[in-house]
Design a protein around this ligand. Structure first.
Ligand code: KG4
Ligand code: ZN
Length: 340
């Protein structure tokens, strides 16, 4: 099994990639639906599914062409089986399984978060097992101990909103477009430190869990109680980002201390946040641990991480050849074992 086609369609991005087990990632491409969902202030599932239908096959053609390969060169097709929007997942699963059936090659069902967790292994230098992973996306905030492929132990997670959700909701309150994480970070660059002090929920809870739902209430109050001139908006954005980053950094440091591990991996869309990266880099220098980030293009949803996770899984498990597929909109990463 050498050439794996990966298809990601769990939410609002159609991602397709070709990964070669000896030559590495050959090519990946992405179509983002952000502009389409923007006018609704969030992802509209039915529109997402239809757009995946529109883009899946053209993107597959595109990666094959870019890598100078044909369909016949593909040895297996990896697709995101969950978690995510069921209609969106079904598009990727049905394209993957019908194409694999037509080509008489196996399919590999991939857990979206496993894709994120393993994505730093696509970068150079890559971490070595075991490591602590901070998974921070629009839907998840988890600290995991990763001992190998499929060997994940949950150390802590959010009790309510995810970190990305906290960014997006704060951004929305500041009148920014969806998803607002990156826009809020940009606005925060012009913000002055110290004007607003927002709560850091559960910072001293003694465990590795998170809670971000209180933050949006604090941001809402700050927005309501102050005239919304450009500087004030930037100052609130600064304070919101500072609160989220502070909690993420502190809990990550506690996880390293608790496990005694010396490598921290950041995965998921919020991993693109520059302030988070700057603070972790500084802590890593002071405390003698290494921190790894996926390249920016692999932080947010993409097909490369699915093709790569599929390639890793194909070494561990018997691949599927019966082409009946189901998707798992809710799927606990902890339920994954090495053999799944
Ligand atoms: O991993 P991802 O692409 O999709 C999910 O699986 O959720 O993560 C998307 C999340 C969104 O909440 C987005 O606002 C956030 O990542 N995000 C950021 C930045 N870039 C993306 N949050 C803060 N700063 C950024 N630079
Ligand atoms: Zn994701």
């Amino acid at each position: 099994m050498k050439l794996i086609l990966g298809i990601e369609s769990s939410c609002d991005e159609t991602g397709v990639a070709l990964y070669h087990t000896e030559r590495g990632l050959l090519v990946h491409t992405l179509h983002s639906q952000i502009a389409m969902h923007n006018e609704y202030g969030g992802v509209v599932p039915e529109l997402a599914s239809r757009d995946h239908v529109r883009y899946a096959l053209p993107l597959i053609r595109e990666v094959l062409q870019q890598a100078s390969c044909t369909l016949q060169d593909i040895d297996a097709i990896a697709f995101t089986q969950g978690p995510g929007l069921s209609g969106a997942l079904l598009v990727g699963a049905s394209v993957a399984c019908s194409l694999a059936y037509a080509l008489s090659i196996p399919t590999i069902a991939v857990h979206h978060l496993e894709g994120h967790l393993l994505s730093p292994l696509l970068s150079d230098p890559a971490p070595e097992f075991p490591f602590v992973a901070l998974l921070v996306s629009g839907g998840h905030t988890q600290l995991m101990r990763v001992d190998g492929i499929g060997r994940y132990t949950l150390l802590g997670e959010t009790l309510d909103d995810a970190a990305g959700e906290a960014f997006d909701k704060s951004a929305k309150l500041l009148g920014l477009d969806y998803p607002g994480g990156a826009l809020l970070a940009k606005l925060a660059q012009r913000g002055a430190p110290g004007r607003f002090k927002l709560p850091r929920p559960m910072l001293h809870s003694g465990d590795l869990d998170f809670s971000f739902s209180g933050l949006k209430t604090a941001v809402l109050l700050a927005v309501q109680q102050n005239a919304q001139d450009e500087q004030t908006r930037a100052d609130i954005a600064y304070a919101a980002q500072a609160a989220i980053v502070d909690v993420l950094v502190n809990k990550s440091l506690s996880a390293l201390k608790q496990t005694g591990l010396k490598q921290l991996v950041i995965a998921g869309g919020v991993g693109a946040n520059r302030e988070l990266r700057a603070q972790l880099d500084q802590a890593a220098q002071q405390r003698d641990f290494r921190v790894f980030y996926p390249d920016l293009e692999f932080c947010t949803d993409n097909g490369a991480m699915i093709a790569f996770a599929g390639a890793m899984r194909s070494k561990l498990q018997t691949v599927q050849r019966d082409y009946r597929f189901n998707v798992k909109p809710r799927w606990d990463l902890q339920q994954l074992s090495q053999a799944d």
